[in-house]
Design a protein around this ligand. Structure first.
Ligand code: ADP
Ligand code: MG
Length: 597
């Protein structure tokens, strides 16, 4: 598949991940150890060496002052805005916030460079473009700093995408359609946020977002480490930094296991060089430590719902994002607050990166386009005389597309026409679905002489625009029909197509009858009028044949069968041919005479 390769990157506070579209499908890329998630940690050695990810974290217990974690907190920040950080913060000569002699962008760039490397290694080619996600609440300065970090890492950042939007894409919530509202609950390592999104014009808008930038799995690790130490009779606060790091790391491991099992041993041999800890911990203990944190997150949820002006019941979906939502107690609390089971179909800690990858695939044109928007699932047209369906864009037309036709007035002196926009495969308008209708004014004209051009246009987002133009005045009437044109439920499409096949013969018969009836209704009065005025222009045998043909048409109209009516109309048409020509000739001769006299 052609298209441009663009990476999708979740640059998280505690963990990051990278993905790309491969053979038309979005996937996350694993490092050499087979891991798809990389800790957002950077070690800066004294000699200038740099290590990122798990290797950087491993240095934390021996060189805590040289390992930078949670750099995302400092992105786009000025000195003094953040008070608490893992290493000392300083200011550069030109007033920029610095850690270990680097700006936050430079530190983030190291993480991005690592992710780029993982991708290039997996894909066996170089890549220099990316979509990077940021929290919905990031301001311009924070977004700009993220973009700069990408550039420092040697990539063009083609889009900065909101994390909840990315998550919604990963869960396929874009298929819920216009006006769908969804909540994204994201509990990661160091931050929590809840965003309420609404689909508008095919893209998600953030209606409200509330969070706590100091709430996440890290808090739980610390609480569990303290709890473990206390149960072992150790005063956590008196321990060295290195010993604290060891206990916190073990707490994190135990916490993860307790999402799967009811008990796990907390093991910290020689954590301070001489003493060791070994304690059995239970999920119930962890849950009671987690309770206050979960309660804080639920408060944010209530506020966000209030900000968005909607109730939990009005949401179309709730999804969980962030590694900490793997904790069963978190899932239960969210399910209870929102009154529904959250969608668990994606890995919560991979959803944001996956969504960024989908967005990158759409921008780069490498993703298989959602079939849903590819073609018109059903024919689109308008109702014409006699209640017939007049197809303008046939079923299975690739979008975007455009097509039109000319229509005329059915009655003399008529000065407007109702355009009913229809969708479906049936011959009669009434059996199809009406998507909308509008009145088109035009200049009154004799029957069949007004000209109204109707044009259908479907853009790449599946929005149908119907334009009707009065050719005489050039005046346009336009309506827009959103989504319904292409976004039809598969089941409904199947039903419509099935019915059209089932009724094919009846439908066709009705169309033939209707078309013949319209012709007959036009012909009969015209013939009668002409015969009355014909005088000797028409021979007696001709007159008899015309009267007989007209009678046959009336009988066939009564009979209601399509083929006899069609045949009778044809006979009447033919029988009047010579007569009509003679009428025209006489009219011309009379006109000529008038002009000569
Ligand atoms: P970020 O904050 O960077 O977006 P993630 O979404 O990757 O981070 O979440 C990381 C957090 O998820 C960490 O605190 C980690 O301990 C926690 N976590 C990951 N897996 C589990 C699990 N199985 N059970 C409990 N917590 C988990
Ligand atoms: Mg995250």
């Amino acid at each position: 598949m052609t298209g441009e390769l663009i990476l999708g990157i979740d640059l998280g506070t505690t963990h990051s991940a990278v993905g790309a579209v491969d053979s038309g499908f979005p996937i996350l890329l694993a490092d050499r150890d087979g891991r798809r998630i990389t800790p957002s940690a950077v070690w800066f050695g004294e000699d200038g060496a740099i290590e990122v990810g798990r290797r950087a974290l491993r240095r934390r217990s021996t060189e805590p002052g040289r390992v930078v974690t949670s750099i995302k907190r400092l992105m786009g920040r000025r000195y003094g805005e953040e008070l608490d950080f893992c290493v000392p913060m300083g200011v550069s000569a030109d007033g920029r916030l610095m850690v270990l002699g680097r700006t936050p962008e430079e530190v983030s760039a190291e993480i991005l460079r690592e992710l780029k490397g993982i991708a290039e290694n997996r894909l066996e080619r170089s890549v220099d473009k990316a979509v990077i996600t940021v929290p919905a609440y990031f301001n311009d300065a924070q977004r700009a700093a993220t973009k700069r970090a990408g550039e420092l890492a040697g990539m063009e950042v083609v889009r900065i995408l909101s994390e909840p939007t990315a998550a919604a894409l990963a869960y396929g919530l874009d298929k819920l359609g216009e006006r769908a509202r969804v909540a994204v609950y994201d509990l990661g390592g160091g931050t929590f946020d809840l965003s309420v999104l609404e689909m508008q014009d095919g893209v998600f808008q953030v209606l409200a977002t509330r969070g706590d930038t100091r709430l996440g799995g890290d808090d739980l690790d610390l609480a569990l480490a303290r709890h473990g130490a206390a149960r072992g009779g150790v005063d956590f606060d008196r321990l060295s930094d290195a010993a604290k790091v060891r206990l916190i790391e073990e707490a994190e491991r135990v916490k993860r296991v307790l999402s799967e099992r009811d008990t796990e041993s907390f093991l910290a041999p020689f954590y301070d060089g001489s003493s060791s800890l070994e304690i059995e911990l239970t999920r119930a203990e962890l849950e009671s430590l987690a309770r206050p944190f979960i309660a804080r997150s639920l408060n944010c949820c209530r506020q966000a719902l209030a900000d968005a002006g909607c109730t939990a019941a009005e949401l179309d979906a709730v999804v969980l994002v962030g590694g900490s939502t793997r904790i069963p107690a978190v899932r239960h609390a969210v399910a209870e607050l929102f009154g529904r089971e959250p969608d668990l179909s994606q890995h919560p800690d991979e959803a944001v990166a996956l969504g960024a990858t989908i967005q990158a695939g759409v921008l780069g044109g490498t993703l298989r386009k959602m079939v849903l928007l590819d073609v018109t699932p059903l024919s689109l047209g308008i109702e014409t005389f006699g209640g017939l369906m007049n197809v303008i864009i046939p079923r299975n037309t690739t979008i975007p597309c455009k097509a039109g036709e000319m229509f005329t007035n059915a009655a003399a002196g008529q000065s407007s026409m109702r355009v009913r926009v229809l969708q479906g495969e049936r011959e009669m308008a009434r059996d199809n679905w009406e998507l909308g209708n509008f009145e088109v004014p035009f200049e009154a004209a004799p029957k069949g002489q007004a000209r109204v051009g109707v044009q259908f246009r479907i853009d790449e987002n599946g929005i149908l625009e119907v334009l009707a133009r009065d050719v005489a005045t050039g005046r346009d009437t336009v309506i827009e029909i959103r989504d319904a044109a292409v976004d039809v439920d598969d089941e409904e499409v199947g039903k419509m197509v099935g019915e059209s096949v089932e009724h094919a013969f009846d439908d066709m018969a009705e169309r033939i009858f209707t078309e013949a009836r319209l012709k007959a209704e036009e012909l009969l009065p015209a013939v009668e009028q002409a015969l009355a005025a014909a005088g000797d222009l028409v021979s007696e045998t001709e007159r008899e044949e015309i009267v007989a043909a007209a009678r046959e048409v009336r009988v066939a109209l009564e009979g209601g069968l399509p083929n006899p009516l069609k045949a009778a109309v044809q006979r009447l048409d033919q029988s009047t041919e010579a007569f009509a020509a003679a009428l025209v000739e006489r009219a011309m001769a009379e006109a000529l005479e008038r002009r000569l006299s």
